[in-house]
Design a binder for this molecule. Structure first.
Ligand code: SF4
Length: 280
């Protein structure tokens, strides 16, 4: 099997930083003394390695005791969560990605300048849950959402998007919003260029191959988006986490396969997959 690998794939700087910060925090505070408010990233292998190193990722702010530090993940947290952590006197280790921090600040500023903030994103994603806390009454909209019902009538809208969404999807949503009679719509681009580059590379590769493999957590938003974009190109696409989930039927009758990976997938997972796939 000929295997082609996407020119941009795998770990982004935000995920690399979050892992380094988590490892350093465990070294400084000791095993079992740092509690993350959920898995540090959406990748089982990395989460397992951090757990082994002594990081507790089952965190609930209210059950962390004062001898432990709280780790804020790359997805960030709401101002209420940050305030509560400080109120409880906990040592806060902040691994929020700088691009997520920027989105949080943009939301705050838009509200202060009189815009009703609209966020294009998945309301259940931890990044979105954190970002919307930076202004009151933020409206969250996403695919399949009834805009007529969801969007309030306000004269001035300020729009941001979840960092991992694709520019095409965000542009489609904005086009729909612009069909409505708003006097002023301010759009701030909060998309992550690291993610956009991976999306462009995945789409380009999916046009060259007979089957695409997208590696990464099934709950990782940016990995799911990569898989969706490849499928939309009409390429048979399999979103799996590691080589262990590979089945020979996925490549039966095929000669050229493409491989890409989400921003939270380690290079070791990609290398192992590519090496094994090349032998089929
Ligand atoms: S994908 Fe982008 S926004 Fe998310 S952690 Fe990585 S660099 Fe930050």
């Amino acid at each position: 099997m000929e295997v082609k690998v996407a020119s941009s794939r795998g770990f982004c700087f935000g995920v690399e930083d979050a892992i380094e910060i988590a490892e350093a925090a465990v070294r400084d505070h000791g095993a079992g003394k740092v509690v993350a408010l959920g898995p540090v990233i959406h990748n089982k292998q990395v989460v397992g390695a951090l757990e082994k190193a002594g990081l507790d990722q089952s965190g609930d702010l209210e059950t962390i005791d004062s001898s432990q530090a709280v780790l804020i993940r790359s997805h960030g947290a709401s101002p209420e969560t940050m305030a509560r952590a400080h109120e409880r006197g906990l040592d806060v280790v902040d691994a929020t990605c700088v691009l997520v921090k920027r989105a949080q600040n943009v939301v705050k500023q838009l509200h202060e300048r009189g815009y009703h903030v609209v966020m294009i994103g998945d309301p259940n994603h931890p990044e979105v849950k954190g970002v919307v806390g930076y202004a009151p009454n933020v409206t969250v909209i996403d695919r399949g959402c009834d805009l007529a019902e969801a969007l309030p009538y306000r004269e001035r809208l300020g729009i941001v998007a979840q960092t991992t969404h694709s520019p095409e999807h965000v542009a489609d949503m904005i086009a729909e919003i612009l069909k409505r009679p708003y006097r002023e719509v301010k759009i701030v681009n909060t998309l992550c260029l690291e993610v956009t580059r991976r999306q462009e590379a995945a789409v380009a590769l999916s046009r060259e191959v007979e089957v695409m493999f997208v590696l990464g957590g099934l709950n990782s938003a940016n990995t799911c988006e990569l898989a969706r974009l490849c499928k939309d190109e009409g390429c048979e696409t399999h979103h799996i986490e590691t080589w262990e989930q590979f089945e020979f039927r996925m490549v039966e009758g095929k000669r050229v396969a493409g491989v890409t990976a989400g921003a939270s997938t380690p290079e070791s997972v990609i290398e192992e997959f590519v090496k094994n796939l090349g032998k089929t």
